[in-house]
Design a protein around this ligand. Structure first.
Ligand SMILES: Nc1ncnc2c1ncn2[C@@H]1O[C@H](COP(=O)(O)OP(=O)(O)OP(=O)(O)O)[C@@H](O)[C@H]1O
Ligand SMILES: [Mg+2]
Length: 270
């Protein structure tokens, strides 16, 4: 049974896509089968991390939402090619970067019940161990995809930066998730300065939001981190950021529905 996890944030650019792509890679290195849904229609980027071309005519989430393809047709094996071969597998359900395809979806709308049901059965059918949903930022519109992803996940991770502008929005997002009764909700603090006390920051944030902090990821000024066509953890296995992401992966394995089943292994060395 897959552990379904959505990544949200109140503000744009907190690091959701960076975390999803690299976390998926860590899980694949450990032999897991991982699915990723790029639900950020406004700014689809996930395909770039895995060097996938999503230009027309390749079916994407947009074509699926428009009823132009079956759900199975928008699934691509994007497992990074490495030597030796990685033991797991990552399948991506990408969104389109075509402005027209986005406009059409926004104009036509889509049937949320149909998508929820299809996604849930697709996740079962493809026998994922983990299904990660990368979303857009924001909460004001309660957009359908936000509601949808919160409706089907076991765990919601709200990625935030220690930035005054993030504080109120994160609170509203948390209220929405609690209202929708998402089973597990946690915060991921990203781009945290190395020199601050991580324990103190974690305690303050947990008290403020009455919500656990599942990971605290350091700010890295490594130049290659800013490029999307690059899986940081494969290139820099010993970097502190890779180590922190591995700890997050381990917690997600431990809190996974399958951890009760035999054979669930902790993330292995990159
Ligand atoms: N720990 C980190 N240290 C330094 N830079 C980071 C870190 N995490 C992410 N970034 C950088 O922050 C920028 C935004 O990251 P990313 O695109 O993953 O955010 P996002 O939340 O997915 O954004 P959006 O809301 O627009 O989809 C990128 O340039 C990325 O390289
Ligand atoms: Mg993103």
């Amino acid at each position: 049974m897959a552990h379904r996890i959505a990544f949200h944030s109140a503000r744009a650019g907190t690091g959701k896509s960076t975390i999803v792509a690299n976390l998926a890679t860590i899980l694949v290195v450990s032999g897991y089968r991982v699915g990723i849904l790029d639900a950020n229609l406004q700014s689809a980027l996930m395909h770039q991390y895995f060097s996938l071309d999503v230009n027309h005519p390749f079916p994407t989430l947009n074509q699926y939402l428009l009823g132009e393809c079956q759900a199975q047709q928008m699934v691509y094996d994007v497992t990074p090619r490495t030597t030796p071969t990685l033991p797991g597998q990552v399948l991506l359900l990408p969104a389109s970067t075509d402005a027209q395809a986005l406009e059409q979806v926004l104009r036509n709308g889509y049937n949320t019940d149909r998508i929820t049901d299809t996604l849930v059965s697709l996740i079962d059918q493809l026998q994922f161990d983990f299904f990660l949903i990368d979303t857009h930022a924001g909460w004001q519109e309660r957009t359908l995809l936000t509601m949808l992803s919160m409706a089907i996940v076991d765990t919601l991770l709200i990625v935030m930066r220690l930035d005054q502008n993030d504080y109120q929005g994160t609170g509203v997002l948390l209220d929405l998730a609690r209202e929708l009764e998402v089973p597990n909700i946690a915060l991921v603090l990203n781009q945290v300065a190395m020199h601050v006390s991580h324990e103190q920051v974690q305690e303050r944030i947990e008290q403020t939001y009455q919500c656990p902090v599942m990971a605290l990821l350091e700010y890295s000024d490594h130049p290659t981190l800013v490029t999307q066509n690059h899986l940081f953890v494969l290139k820099h296995p010993r970097h502190p950021l890779t180590q922190s992401l591995k700890q997050l992966a381990m917690l997600l394995v431990q809190t996974s529905p399958m951890s009760k089943e035999a054979g669930a292994s902790e993330p292995s060395s990159l």
